[in-house]
Design a protein around this ligand. Structure first.
Ligand code: ADP
Length: 596
């Protein structure tokens, strides 16, 4: 049953109860009042009849049936009442309902209650059934006295039917009024409960739509009463809820962005080791399948150390930390922290991939070893020759000269090594201030010839410079950039047999629409080439394909590393193509936007 029906029914119930209680009470009251009025009227009528009788009664010693009944009948003609005159001894002398013999045969009425009451009280009344007329009457009797002597009792009687008819009609009117009142009250009830229930219904609809996730609906506030207040409060509450939802979803978004973009893997597992969350980094690190949610971590990734770490966190209830090798990581080293979320009996696993750090540490260690090795070799040689010179004073001057030349060569190599190291360190530190200016690549040609002409002549290697004048200018630090040409052409000469050919060319290469076009320079030689496996490594510091040969050539193994860094400083890039025994092409590119 809905609230409207409930309210309407209870309202109708109350109204009907009140109206019918009122009807009952008023009916009773009306009955009382009417009854009293009828009694009063009977009383008046009895009194009047008595006065008539006293005047009309013959002044004889005894009563005569015919005379008295005649008077009584006459008096009774005018009204609807029954009139009776009873002698003081109870004999009925006159009655409007009986005449002649029947009157004479009437019972003695002295014992009639109203007569008895009248004798004792002066007036008496009674509702009862008349044996004489076989009808129910209301009787009212009063004494008739002559000179203080009771000569008889005058009795008036009204049939109860007449009283009931009057009463009935009055009650009917009352009932009609009650019914009309009820109908009106019910109509009003239906209307007013409708008015009360309407906003409640609206509230219900809105709460339903809010529960379904539609938060923009608001209740119309139409009045200032409690329902209006409720609607207003409801709207306020919905606003607050919306604010909270907005705030929470914003925080969720932030959190999601952080988790999605952080390099650490974040994973959540429940008490039974089932995955409840994994961020993209964790998915990659642990190589999780597509449907990983709800699956046990141990099922997917069998890393005993990780399971041991989870158990440790479970047993101690505190944070557990360890460095673990995760098979899916490149260098497979990761710092893993397991944090128990005790209230939920969940665990947050944070995986920090430290393989890059470890790799850097290794590179640094290798570098130190390499530098030490590179420095020690010429130093030992210098020390050896110097000691020989010192200990063998008698050494021939030709030999001495040879030793001193060797010492000088190795010192020069040491000095080159140190200056290359310093240059590389400066470039790697990133705080190189580029003194950029626009220049055409052809502007480098003359300087290049100045540097290499003697070597080229000596080795019989030909340098071909084929750079068009139409090529756009490049915006570079020309001093630093000269180093790129020097290193690359120097390598090309060093690793090209005598009589070979070096070809320098350049072109504009169009790139994707969102990236600037590039000037790409190619330095092609007909030299010994670089084996495939060494090609990705030649840009590493101290990497040399053939250490002995490179050293003999005076290379430090840092040339290409320096070149790569100079290009990186100019937002450029470098790569190579090479075929063993055929030659090598070094390509480098500079973005035009950056360079012109
Ligand atoms: P280096 O000072 O030894 O030349 P680089 O860093 O310039 O050091 O070069 C690293 C290594 O790459 C060289 O030792 C050499 O083996 C190889 N290399 C570089 N350029 C060439 C080339 N044009 N032809 C063949 N090998 C080359």
């Amino acid at each position: 049953m809905n609230i409207r029906t409930q309210l309407t029914l209870s309202y109708i119930g109350i109204v009907l109860l009140v109206l019918f209680a009122m009807d009952f009470y008023l009916g009773r009251a009306l009955e009382g009042v009417l009854s009293d009025r009828i009694t009063n009227e009977l009383e008046v009528q009895a009194a009047l009849t008595r006065e008539f009788l006293l005047e009309e009664l013959p002044e004889t010693d005894g009563f005569d049936y015919a005379v008295i009944d005649g008077i009584v009948d006459r008096l009774g003609e005018t009204g609807k009442v029954r009139l009776t005159f009873i002698g003081a001894d109870g004999i009925v002398w006159g009655d409007t309902e009986r005449d002649g013999q029947l009157l004479i045969e009437m019972d003695n009425h002295l014992t009639r209650p109203e007569v008895q009451e009248a004798i004792t009280e002066g007036i008496g009344s009674e509702d009862r059934f008349s044996d004489t007329t076989q009808t129910e009457y209301r009787y009212l009797a009063i004494t008739v006295k002559q000179d203080e002597d009771l000569i008889g009792i005058c009795r008036v009687a009204l049939p109860k039917e007449t009283i009931n008819t009057v009463l009935g009609s009055q009650r009917r009117i009352l009932l009609y009024v009650t019914i009309a009142g009820s109908v009106l009250a019910i109509l009003f009830g239906i209307f007013s409960t409708g008015a009360i229930v309407k906003p409640i219904k609206r509230l219900t609809q809105i709460t339903q739509s809010i529960a379904a996730g539609e938060n923009s609906s608001r209740v119309e506030v139409k009045s200032d009463n409690e329902l209006g207040q409720l609607s207003r409060n409801f709207n306020l509450m919905t606003d607050r809820v919306q604010e909270q939802i907005d705030r929470i979803s914003l925080e969720n978004q932030r959190l999601e962005t952080i988790l999605n973009n952080m390099s650490e893997g974040v994973l959540m597992v429940n008490g039974t080791s089932e995955i409840t969350y994994a961020n993209p980094a964790a998915i990659v690190m642990l190589n999780l399948p597509e449907m990983y949610l709800g699956r046990a971590l141990i099922e997917i990734n069998r890393i005993p150390e990780l399971q041991a770490l989870l158990r440790e966190a479970e047993q101690t209830g505190t944070v557990a930390f360890s460095e673990i090798r995760l098979g899916n990581l490149q260098e497979s080293e990761a710092e893993v922290t397991v944090v128990p979320v005790t209230a939920e009996r969940e665990y947050v696993i944070v995986i920090h991939d430290v393989s890059h750090v470890r790799q850097l540490e290794r590179i640094r260690a290798d570098f130190v070893a390499n530098v030490s090795h590179e420095l020690r070799t010429p130093l030992t040689t210098i020390q050896g020759y110097a000691e020989t010179l010192l200990n063998n004073g008698s050494t021939k001057s030709k030999k001495r000269k040879e030793f001193i030349v060797k010492i000088l060569n190795h010192s020069a190599r040491l000095s080159r090594l140190v200056s290359d190291l310093l240059e590389l360190a400066r470039l790697e530190s990133g705080d190189v201030e580029l003194k950029r200016s626009l220049c055409h690549l052809n502007e480098f040609y003359e300087q290049i010839l100045d540097v290499f002409e003697p070597v080229l002549e000596e080795s019989g290697v030909t340098l071909q410079w084929e750079v068009s004048e139409d090529l756009p200018q490049v915006n570079v630090d020309s001093q630093l950039f000269m180093q790129v040409f020097v290193n690359l052409i120097d390598n090309a000469i060093k690793y090209t047999p005598d009589g070979g050919m070096i070809d320098v060319s350049a072109e504009v290469v169009e790139t994707d629409s969102d990236v600037a076009d590039e000037v790409v320079v190619h330095i092609k030689d007909t030299g010994i080439g670089i084996p495939l496996e060494s090609q990705p490594r030649v840009f590493e510091r101290f990497y040399r394909v053939d250490e002995g040969r490179a050293r003999k050539m005076g290379g430090t193994g840092l040339g290409l590393a320096i070149t790569k860094h100079i290009l990186l400083c100019h937002n450029g890039r470098i790569w190579l193509e090479s075929e063993l025994g055929q030659g090598t092409v070094l390509h480098f590119a500079l973005p035009i936007e950056e360079s012109s």
